[in-house]
Each structure stands twice: as C-alpha cells, then as structure tokens.
Design a protein around this ligand. Structure first.
Ligand SMILES: Nc1nc2c(ncn2[C@@H]2O[C@H](COP(=O)(O)OP(=O)(O)OP(=O)(O)O)[C@@H](O)[C@H]2O)c(=O)[nH]1
Ligand SMILES: [Mg+2]
Length: 198
C-alpha cells in the first residue's frame, strides 16, 4: 500500500473514533464553499443580544475544510459544533451517531448547486441515525444578488413537502454569515434545541 494512502486511511480512522464526542453535539454540513466555516467563526464572536444588526467587520479568511472542525459555542450551555468539509461528503455518515441537531447549509446565491444540495439533504433526512435530530436549513449568502428568490428555490426542491414528510423537526432560516444577518436566530435555535435535546 502506498505511504500516502496509509496516512490517509489512518486519518480517517482517527476521525471516525473521535466522532462520538458527548452530548450537545451539532453537525454542520453542506457543499463546499457554502460558508460553514465562516458561520462558526461568526457564531463564536457575536453576542446573542446583538441581533445580527451590529457591524461585524470584515469576515475572517477561511480555507476549505479538509476533514472536520470542532468548535464549542457557549450559549447558556456548551454546544459543540462539528463542521465537516464539503469534500468529506463520501464519509459524512461516519459522524451521524450521537448528533442532537443538524445545521444544513445551502448557498442562496448559487442556484446551480441546488439540486446537488437537495440530494445531500434527502440522504441526511432518510438516515436512521439522524431520525431524532432537529434540523435547521440555512440559506446563506443572502447579501449577494441572485436571479432566483429563496422562495423559488424552496419551491424548486419541494421543501414544503419535504418538511411535511420528514421524521425530523425542520426549520429554515435566511442568513448572511458575512454581514451577520440572521445569526442571532441561529444561536437562538441552537439554544432552544439543545435545552431540551442535549
Ligand atoms: N458574500 C458572502 N460570502 C460568504 C458568506 N458566507 C461565506 N462566504 C464566503 O464563502 C467562501 C467559502 O466560505 P467557507 O466558510 O470557507 O465555506 P465552507 O462551507 O466552510 O467550505 P468547505 O470547508 O470547503 O466545505 C469564503 O470566501 C467566505 O468568506 C456570506 O454570507 N456572504
Ligand atoms: Mg469549511
């Protein structure tokens, strides 16, 4: 076996072993570049009371997440957010266990990615291990212009039907991790969900 392949497999094994890290676990998933890392960085810095209205300043630089990022958010209680890079899609399912909530992010400025995101979402909603998880679908990058409205995108992927049929409790929110819009709603959802759940 080639050395690089051995190292790669060792990393995957280690990631799988560390995947069941206690209660209060929230999984953050979505395609590459939708804005997951920036969201986590922003959540760490905003105060719940700011209501997303203050100037958050220039967004910090992010790099594609190759692997997983664990971040603790202390909002009344500790919630651990595990972001998995979009490029980790083939092994996302290794992390479904022990997850109390799921943040699924969609790039609202990029309708061409929508069908791929919809397929990912359907896979998540049908996973047995995620049947009990509360789900928040985040339409991110609403600060950018787009030829399609979010209502049109929801309708295109038949989101109302998905929500009606899914086992999970599903909520949606429109945000801009860049500008800070809607981030207080995300924090509030995390607090409410993990108050009863984790
Ligand atoms: N305009 C705008 N840009 C954003 C927003 N959120 C994230 N970005 C930018 O989108 C790019 C990708 O963001 P990341 O947070 O690295 O994306 P990611 O989902 O973590 O990507 P992977 O780790 O590769 O899966 C960065 O340049 C961000 O600054 C947003 O709300 N508005
Ligand atoms: Mg990332």
């Amino acid at each position: 076996m080639r050395a690089e392949l051995r190292v790669g497999l060792a990393c995957l094994t280690e990631l799988r072993v560390s995947s069941g890290a206690g209660s209060g676990m929230c999984l953050l998933l979505g395609a590459t570049g939708v804005g997951k890392t920036l969201l986590v960085k922003r959540l760490q810095t905003i105060l719940p009371s700011r209501d997303g209205k203050g100037d958050l300043g220039d967004p910090p630089l992010t790099r594609p997440t190759v692997g997983t990022n664990l971040t603790d958010i202390v909002a009344q209680k500790k919630i651990t957010i595990r972001e998995l890079g979009g490029c980790m899609g083939p092994i996302w399912s290794s992390y479904y266990g022990n997850c109390h909530s799921l943040l699924f992010m969609v790039d609202a400025s990029n309708p061409t990615q929508l069908s791929a995101s919809c397929v990912q979402l359907l896979g998540l909603l049908s996973a047995e291990e995620l049947a009990e998880a509360s789900v928040l679908i985040l339409f991110n990058k609403i600060d950018l212009p787009c030829y399609m409205t979010i209502e049109e995108m929801k309708s295109l992927i038949r989101l109302p039907d998905l929500i009606a049929c899914a086992k999970q409790n599903i909520t949606t929110v429109e945000i801009s991790a860049r500008k800070g819009t809607g981030l207080s709603d995300v924090l509030r959802w995390l607090q409410d969900t993990h108050r009863t759940n984790g």
